[in-house]
Design a protein around this ligand. Sequence first.
Ligand code: ADP
Length: 168
Amino acid sequence: MAVAVYPGSFDPVTLGHQDIIERSSKIMDKVIVGVLKNNSKSPLFSAKERVKMLKSVTGHMPNVEILAFDGLLVDFVRQCHADVIVRGLRAITDFEYELQMSQTNRVISPGVDTIFLTTNLKYSYLSSSIVKEIAMYQGDISAFVTPEIALKVLERAEAVKKGARLAE
Ligand code: ADP
C-alpha cells in the first residue's frame, strides 16, 4: 500500500492545498496530511484548529487522514509507515527550498523520497500568507478558500486586529 505524507502549516488551508490533497489522494492509496505544530511563523490558527479545518474540507475523501505533528518530518513519516512525502511546487522560488529540503531528508533518512506535484495554474499565485494579508483588511478571499474557511479567517483576522493574541 502506497502511503504519502503531505506536510505543511496550512494556516489556513487554501484551494491550492486542497487541489494537491485531491490529486495526491487519486495517485496514492492513502494520504496523511501532516499539520506542523511548532512553527516559527506565528500562526493565525492553532494546530488543533488547522486540523479541524482540514478535516472539514477533506471529509469527502475516505483515504485522507489529518494529523498534527512536531519534530522532524522524517520521524513523522516513519511513524506513519509512509513511503513518500508530497509537496506542491508553485514557482521557481519554491524549487530551491524544496530541493534542499528533499535532499536533506534523504540524507538523514535514506528511505524517504519526496514527490512534487506542480500547482494547478489557477492557484499558482496562491499562498496562506496572501490570504491572511487580505483578510487583515477584511478583503474578499472567496477565490482562495472555501466559504466556511473564509468566514473563520475573516473572523480571526478581525479579532487579531482588535488585540486578540495569535494562536499558540
Ligand atoms: P509550509 O509552511 O511548509 O510552506 P504551506 O502550508 O505553506 O506549508 O504549504 C504546504 C505545501 O503546499 C507546500 O509544499 C507548498 O508548496 C504547497 N502549496 C502551498 N500553496 C500551494 C498552491 N497554491 N498550489 C500548490 N501547492 C501549494
